[in-house]
Ligand binder design. Structure first.
Ligand SMILES: Nc1ncnc2c1ncn2[C@@H]1O[C@H](COP(=O)(O)OP(=O)(O)OP(=O)(O)O)[C@@H](O)[C@H]1O
Ligand SMILES: [Mg+2]
Length: 256
């Protein structure tokens, strides 16, 4: 299987000497979902931005489809991390999805019929066809999430980068969403790199898991990522926010 993403000895800092990513090695193959887990500030968004070519590493190498990140951008779809207070600009659902066609349309040109067709097609695939004329910010959190995924897919990417796609989405919508990603992987051969705090849910979908807290504490199949040793090394004191079930170290300690 061909390499979608190849990261070798990656070091990234925003300030000289303050390393946010330290010596990462990662790979992603075609039709694979890689889940990136880690605490706040662990470097997940930084890694996604480096893969997009928005940040330049100080050391190491990132290859996307064998190319430097800037060269591979037309093949990559990106869902940025949502902030709850992001502006309420008055755009329709269709407008938002058409933003995904900028690489094809160009920022200042009007979309052509082919772009409109592609946008309508992804809305249909995601079960959103009835919503295309609604104002984006009148939708529920889960519907918005789907629209943003539609926007990323409208670019017809071979690699999808998702930064915490389940923020603000209820558990049912979240499971639906993971099923959808699984179907796109299995049917279309899409590769997905997804940053998440949702350890329990995402490991059912992911083919591989990377536990990142500045360094990679684990990279491999999902089962072992949930071992108490790996979780404690990755999340440390943040553990209690992440996993309140039988695997939660904090709960187990409190239970005696
Ligand atoms: N533009 C920036 N300038 C300086 N430091 C930054 C910048 N962006 C992020 N950082 C720092 O880099 C570290 C990693 O941040 P990053 O956003 O990659 O973490 P994250 O894993 O995505 O966290 P979260 O789970 O909260 O989204 C943090 O310490 C953060 O403060
Ligand atoms: Mg982040």
């Amino acid at each position: 299987m061909s390499k979608v993403l190849e990261i070798r000895d990656l070091w990234v800092a925003y300030e000289p000497g303050q390393w946010v990513l330290q010596g990462l090695q990662l790979q992603l193959k075609e039709a694979e979902v890689l889940a990136l887990l880690g605490p706040n500030g662990g470097g997940k968004t930084t890694l996604l931005k480096t893969v997009l070519g928005l940040l330049r590493p100080q050391r190491g190498e990132v290859k996307v489809f064998g190319l430097p990140p800037e060269g591979a951008r037309p093949l990559v779809g990106y869902l940025p991390q949502l902030s709850p207070d992001r502006g309420r600009f008055p755009v329709t659902v269709l407008d938002v999805v058409l933003m995904g066609r900028y690489a094809q349309v160009g920022l200042l040109r009007r979309p052509r019929e082919a772009d409109l067709q592609k946008a309508r097609e992804v809305l249909r695939v995601l079960g959103l066809e009835g919503l295309q004329d609604r104002p984006f910010f009148s939708l529920s959190g889960g519907q918005r999430q789907r629209v943003l995924v539609a926007r990323a897919l409208a670019a017809e990417p071979r690699l999808l980068l998702l930064d915490e796609p389940s923020t603000g989405v209820d558990i049912i919508a979240q499971e639906d969403f993971y099923q959808l990603l699984g179907a796109l992987r299995d049917r279309e051969g899409l590769s997905v790199l997804l940053a998440s705090h949702d350890i329990g849910g995402i490991t059912a979908l992911a083919d591989r898991v990377a536990c990142l807290n500045r360094q990679l504490h684990y990279y491999g199949p999902p089962g072992e990522a949930l071992s108490p040793q790996v979780l404690e090394r990755t999340f440390g004191a943040h553990m209690q926010f992440l996993l309140h079930d039988e695997r939660c170290l904090t709960c187990r300690r409190q239970d005696g």
